[in-house]
Design a protein around this ligand. Structure first.
Ligand code: RIB
Length: 295
């Protein structure tokens, strides 16, 4: 039995540091360019693996150099990649502008991530043997819905990061045990302006809602009401890319290892606070030893 199965995207992140976003028609200078293994799925898989969980990744990459790089990045962190399919479509890319204050803007070209729309037999077996199934919304919605219905029927706990935000079938939310939106995603999904109201509203559809709020920490809601807030760990951010993925990956890893929700949330908060002090997505994620030292 694998602990955590991540059904998700793998992108090569093409990252430019720049003081601000250019105006339409403007050309401006950036200060650096790097490529980093990314994609919300790959990031969450690596965060969970670095936290000690046994992780299987179900994804799709092109038969190209970027695809090879992403496969090797997952394997280097001990993530099982038998479910990472090679397809005749270019590997997904994310075009990321990291601005002066560490905030980012991201444009994704899904490529191979969008090429597979149905689970194959091996992936179905992998999911039904998991303890936790984790997904985001950079793969086709049909695929995620199919996987969550399968997991729910098999008694596998389901965790969804609804990013990028998009309208969801009520059934997908009903099949979600833990929903991890950020404030903007929660408001967009619930159609509300206040993020705490949104988290409470979403928790009457999904199981537990853990809403990440950046420097304001997190809020946990269940059954239509707020349960409690999680205090932030205040740090100076240099790059927030992948912080939400770190939080989600570490939270699920700790839960899969039998930790209580409160302790797992604390670990996830500390891990995300470390991630924002380092550049890149997967490159910024701490090991469990580094997190534990600060708990
Ligand atoms: O959440 C951060 C991730 O979003 C980046 O790694 C990028 O690939 C996009 O998927």
């Amino acid at each position: 039995m694998s602990s955590v199965v991540v059904l998700g995207s793998a992108n090569l992140d093409l990252v430019v540091r720049q003081p601000r976003l250019p105006q339409p028609g403007e050309t401006m200078f950036g200060s650096s360019f790097t490529t980093v293994p990314g994609g919300k799925g790959l990031n969450q898989a690596i965060a969970a693996a670095r936290t000690g969980a046994e992780v299987v990744f179900l994804g799709a990459v092109g038969r190209d150099a970027f695809g090879t790089q992403l496969r090797e990045a997952l394997q280097a962190d001990g993530v099982a990649t038998e479910g990472l399919i090679g397809v005749d479509v270019p590997t997904g890319t994310a075009h990321i502008a990291v601005l002066g204050d560490g905030e980012n803007s991201i444009v994704i070209v899904p490529g191979a991530n969008a090429a597979v729309r149905q689970l194959d037999k091996a992936s179905r077996v992998t999911i039904t043997r998991a303890r936790y199934l984790v997904a985001q919304l950079e793969r086709p919605l049909d695929l995620v819905s199919e996987a969550f219905a399968l997991a729910r029927a098999a008694g596998v706990r389901t965790v969804l990061t609804p990013a990028p935000a998009q309208p969801l079938e009520p059934l997908l939310l009903e099949n979600t045990d833990i929903l991890i939106p950020n404030s903007g995603e929660a408001c967009a999904l619930a159609g509300l302006d206040d993020d705490r109201d949104a988290a409470a509203a979403l928790s009457s559809m999904a199981g537990l809602v853990v809403m990440t709020r950046g420097p304001r920490g997190a809020t946990v809601a269940q059954g239509g009401g707020i349960l409690f807030d999680v205090a932030p760990r205040v740090v100076e951010a240099v790059d927030t890319t992948g912080a939400g993925d770190t939080f989600a990956g570490v939270l699920v890893a700790r839960l899969s290892l039998g930790e209580s929700l409160e302790r797992a949330l604390h670990a996830a908060t500390v891990a995300a606070s470390i991630a924002v002090t380092r550049p890149g997505a997967s490159t910024s994620m701490p090991t469990w030893t580094q997190v534990e030292a600060l708990l």
